[in-house]
Ligand binder design. Structure first.
Ligand code: ATP
Ligand code: MG
Length: 573
């Protein structure tokens, strides 16, 4: 590509709402342009990167035996009613109506579409297994689209759906897809982790996420400092560690704690280690058909993990609850404890508190707490008692696998694979005949990759204060030949010859032959983020050109006749 007639421009300023590096550099580098909140046009540079990523994904998916399809972007709302997701999916689902009043949705994911595609088409176990994938547009009316391509409303996903006759065969495909994803992200030159994950709104049993490690990631991932344990904080567990309270209380007693509401205040007032206290976190749980107050009890030193808590009560979401709402159901804000709760209030106790003794907790009475409480006998608390793992794992907690300390890092979710089982085939009545001629629902898996999000994730992991530092595999161009002064025929001729030769050798190369000054050209090389720069400038008179390695920042001169070989060597590395 010759930059002089390439539709690529760079900007000095990033838009005000751009706070993360990828958003800033994608806009400033002329990769994308915003159309509306969370919706972007891809310019030629962005489209090339997108295609490079798609190509890697396609190669690996095809190698694994998956078959590419393209499902319609607009899908009938009826299909979403069949699975009950029309309601469950909430406001992220954009509903539209045609001129005849028929309802449709813009696909946020395609489980329903693909089940509808195979039902009636695949009739026998002999036609199984099959894995169908597409790389296609998605639309989710995200509440807060942000960070450019990281969380858009319109975005590109690779989604795959597999159909099996047995659970064992699903397990085999699930493992194959994990391997395939690992190959894809490795090929893209990314540093990533595979983590245990929550199955979210898609449903099913068992799922893993692929996280690109980056400080700006929205996900907290828990990794072991010793073994290979890694999990999203939403499902991470820890080794149970029961510490004995060194301070013994003679009797269980109510103590007067005037105006001491927070755990810190109460524990300080009573001189108790907060580890031996029970913190109450009240939330409003939103269900399909109702909303109710739920109290979650955790150790004073822990925090509530909302996804775990939500799953523990089977709610669609948890929202904050006001003091008035708490009082309405008979709770005393600031003094809530597990003993003597109003009988209509549902509550969950963290697993880590099971059998714990010598605890301080609220007395369900204004200005009073209880000292010396124990959770020895669950039955004492009534039949609503539910012990579940609802606390967030924190730095320093012990690994559930090996007992060594856990650490928390940030990640960007770029892929997610699920074992769906029959969660979709059953409600949609999609069956096949098994070996005995019996109709059975398909056993399914589904496998997503955030294709456009990957562009941003790669940048979050690979940039500096000047711009992007692309991994070679996905860079729009691997080599940028910068002509110092295009009016100097000697420079332009030399650069053009090198450009042609590299192109012939199959290298993605751009020739910066714009009538620009040298300074801005170098700045663009750094901002747009090409891995290798070749500067054909003043020194050509002495037979020398300069080569720059964007990643290491290294610069060195080579003789004009060695430059091709030297560049090829760097490209191959
Ligand atoms: P998140 O928790 O980030 O919202 P998700 O769990 O809703 O993601 P999936 O339904 O598993 O995502 O979708 C598959 C992949 O699509 C994700 O792993 C992610 O990489 C990508 N993705 C999801 N939502 C968006 C979005 N709003 N913008 C860009 N990519 C997205
Ligand atoms: Mg989401």
């Amino acid at each position: 590509m010759r930059w002089s007639n390439f539709f690529a421009y760079t900007l000095k300023e990033a838009p005000k709402d751009a706070v993360v590096a990828s958003h800033k550099y994608l806009i400033r580098g002329g990769y994308i342009k915003q159309v509306a909140a969370g919706i972007y046009n891809f310019l030629p540079l962005g489209k090339i990167v997108l295609d490079n990523i798609k190509k890697i994904i396609k190669e690996e998916m095809d190698k694994a035996g998956a078959q590419e399809v393209m499902l319609s972007f607009v899908t009938p709302y009826e299909l979403w009613e069949e699975t009950g997701r029309a309601k469950k999916y909430g406001d992220e689902l954009l509903r539209i109506e045609d001129r005849k009043g028929q309802k449709f949705v813009l696909s946020p994911t395609n489980e329903e579409s693909v089940v509808d595609l195979v039902r009636g088409t695949i009739k026998s176990y002999k036609q199984l297994p099959v894995n169908l994938y597409q790389i296609n547009l998605k639309f989710r009316d995200e509440a807060r689209p942000r960070f450019g391509l990281l969380r858009g409303r319109e975005f590109i996903m690779k989604d795959a759906y597999s159909f099996h006759a047995t659970r064992e065969d699903l397990d085999r495909e699930f493992n194959l897809m994990q391997e395939t994803y690992e190959n894809i992200f490795k090929k893209m030159g990314l540093d990533f982790r595979v983590v245990e994950a929550d199955s979210g709104a898609i449903g099913g049993s068992g799922s893993r996420e692929f996280m690109v490690l980056a400080d700006t990631g929205e996900d907290d991932i828990v990794v072991c400092t010793e073994c290979n344990y890694a999990a999203n904080i939403e499902v991470a567990t820890r080794k149970h560690e029961q510490r004995e309270n060194p301070v013994k209380t003679e009797v269980i007693e109510e103590v007067y704690t005037p105006n001491k509401k927070s755990i810190e205040e109460v524990c300080e007032f009573l001189g108790v280690d907060p580890y031996f206290s029970i913190k109450a976190v009240a939330k409003k749980a939103v269900f399909d058909d109702k909303e109710e107050v739920v109290v979650f009890f955790i150790r004073g030193t822990d925090t509530l993990e909302e996804t775990k808590a939500k799953n523990a009560v089977g709610a669609l979401e948890l929202v904050d609850v006001s003091e008035e709402e708490l009082e309405k159901v008979g709770l005393v804000p600031g003094f809530i404890g597990p003993f003597g709760l109003p009988s209509n209030v549902k509550y969950v106790i963290d697993d880590d508190l099971r059998m714990a003794t010598e605890l301080v907790c609220g007395a369900n009475k204004k200005d009073y707490h209880i000292k010396g409480a124990g959770l020895l006998d669950a039955n004492l608390l009534g039949n609503l008692t539910l012990y579940r793992d609802i606390a967030a794992v924190k730095e320093g907690d012990k690994c559930p696998k090996c007992g060594k300390p856990l650490k928390i890092t940030k990640g960007i979710e770029v892929g997610h694979i699920f074992k769906l089982g029959t969660a979709y085939s059953e409600p949609m009545n999609a069956t096949f005949l098994d070996e005995n001629g019996k109709a059975k629902p398909f056993i399914m898996g589904c496998y997503g990759i955030g294709v456009s999000r990957l562009i941003a994730a790669a940048i979050e992991q690979n940039h500096d204060e000047k711009g992007i530092i692309w991994p070679k595999e996905i860079a729009p161009f691997v080599v940028d030949i910068i002509v110092g002064d295009v009016k100097k025929e000697e420079q332009l001729n030399f650069a053009t010859k090198l450009y042609e030769k590299l192109k012939k050798a199959g290298v993605r190369v751009i020739l910066d032959d714009r009538k620009e000054r040298f300074g801005p050209k170098i700045a663009d090389f750094e901002l747009v983020g090409f891995p290798i720069g070749v500067i054909v400038g003043k020194k050509l008179k002495d037979g020398k050109v300069e080569i720059r390695d964007r990643k290491s920042g290294e610069k060195f001169e080579v003789g004009g006749d060695e430059v091709f070989e030297k560049v090829m060597e760097m490209v191959r590395k």
